[in-house]
Design a protein around this ligand. Structure first.
Ligand SMILES: NC(=O)c1ccc[n+]([C@@H]2O[C@H](COP(=O)([O-])OP(=O)(O)OC[C@H]3O[C@@H](n4cnc5c(N)ncnc54)[C@H](OP(=O)(O)O)[C@@H]3O)[C@@H](O)[C@H]2O)c1
Length: 353
């Protein structure tokens, strides 16, 4: 098959290219060339900015486009309009952030979607696309904008779109370090601050499992909408995850489970400062790790054991980035400080009883 990838050189896109080539597809990339360290041999790249240079795609023909970098409805609409005559199907990487209400478990593809207020739409329209824009640029607009992107594609290419809504994507090449932080921190050993309830459930997906499934769906000419994370119910909890990090790295890590209340009181930021931690206090996200992905499993989604992801992330990190500061997670001074305060508080409470 002939595939066009809008993006393709950072994380998910990189794995999509790797797997597409392994499946013997012909791949063309369209991007600005700002991440060319991941060059693939035999892959043509059309260099351009999706906000301004889509005309460069004219004159080509592909079986499908995979859009990994669509955030703004106006530019996704423009790419769908131009590609409607150049491709058979439009595959769009959206997000679980499209759902309006994740306070309860069991959100599925038919659940209600975020709508943006007039004020948010005005802010979205004012986003300047001439500089560097990334997922972070969109902040609170991210989910609502993805909804509008999905709708624009389906409006322009009805019944020819495949929309994927992944949750946390993890693995080799992840530039956010949210999962990598835990793998690296536990491998370093010693006393590790472990957040909140040890039995809190985790949903995530290895980037290679997602990419493999996306390619299989494209080959099957699938259309429709799918959530993509590990299924529900699952055995993966924060405790089993950290224990597997310890087993894989053979470290002497000792976990100290620190309560939600304590971390919230100390103004520790969930998710960014302590990755994968969503305290009970954030009741608006109570169902975020309980998304229903049964449709994707019915359509053949297969997941590798998380221990394999941990192993590969550890090797990747040791080989390529051992000196680089992690972009997420507690710095070690703050972790030690929080642990000392936690132990002091425990001793005080113990003395009171
Ligand atoms: N990571 C997660 O946990 C997570 C969860 C849910 C959903 N998602 C979604 O998954 C996707 C992640 O993509 P990724 O970063 O891994 O994809 P990627 O395809 O590996 O990297 C992004 C690509 O987009 C290109 N790009 C960015 N801006 C562009 C522009 N204006 N014009 C042309 N090309 C541009 C970049 O190249 P240049 O910079 O060189 O142009 C790069 O090749 C996103 O849509 C995100 O919303 C991620």
């Amino acid at each position: 098959m002939k595939l066009l990838i809008l993006g393709g050189t950072r994380f998910l896109g990189h794995h999509l290219v790797t797997i597409a080539l392994a499946h013997k597809h012909e791949v063309t990339l369209f991007n600005r060339g700002q991440h060319s360290s991941t060059a693939f041999s035999g892959v043509e790249t059309i260099y351009g900015d999706r906000h301004h240079d889509l005309a460069l795609l004219q004159g080509h023909q592909w079986d499908a486009v995979i859009d990994t970098c669509g955030y703004l409805p106006r530019s996704v609409r423009a790419s769908a309009e131009i590609l409607a005559n150049l491709v058979d199907r439009y595959v769009f990487i959206s997000s679980l952030s499209v759902y309006a209400d994740v306070t309860v478990p069991g959100v599925d593809e038919a659940s209600s979607l975020v709508t943006l207020t007039d004020e948010q739409l005005q802010r979205a329209n004012a986003i300047d696309t001439s500089g560097q824009v990334s997922a972070m640029t969109y902040g609170d607009l991210y989910g609502g904008l993805k909804v509008l992107c999905e709708q624009a594609i389906e409006e322009i290419m009805p019944n020819r779109s495949l929309i994927l809504r992944p949750g946390l994507i993890v693995g080799v090449g992840d530039y956010t370090d949210r999962f990598t932080y835990w793998v690296v921190r536990v491998a370093c050993g010693g006393e590790v601050l472990a957040p909140g309830n040890p039995n809190r459930y985790l949903q995530l997906i290895d980037v290679r499992d997602l990419a493999e499934w996306v390619l299989n769906q494209i080959e099957a000419k699938a259309t429709g909408i799918y959530n993509n994370v590990n299924g529900m119910p699952s055995q993966l909890t924060m405790k089993t995850f950290l224990e597997q990090c310890k087993a894989v790295s053979n470290s002497d890590a000792l976990f100290t489970w620190v309560s939600d209340e304590f971390l919230v009181q100390k103004q520790v930021a969930p998710w960014s400062e302590v990755p994968l931690w969503i305290p009970d206090e954030m009741s608006e996200l109570k169902g975020f790790m309980f998304i229903d992905c049964s449709q994707a499993f019915t359509a053949g989604l297969k997941l590798r054991p998380v221990s394999q992801t941990i192993q590969d992330v550890l090797s990747w990190r040791k080989t390529h980035h051992s000196q680089e500061k992690l972009k997420a997670g507690l710095d070690s001074d703050k972790e030690q400080d929080l642990l000392s305060q936690w132990h002091e508080m425990q001793q005080y409470e113990h003395a009171q009883t």
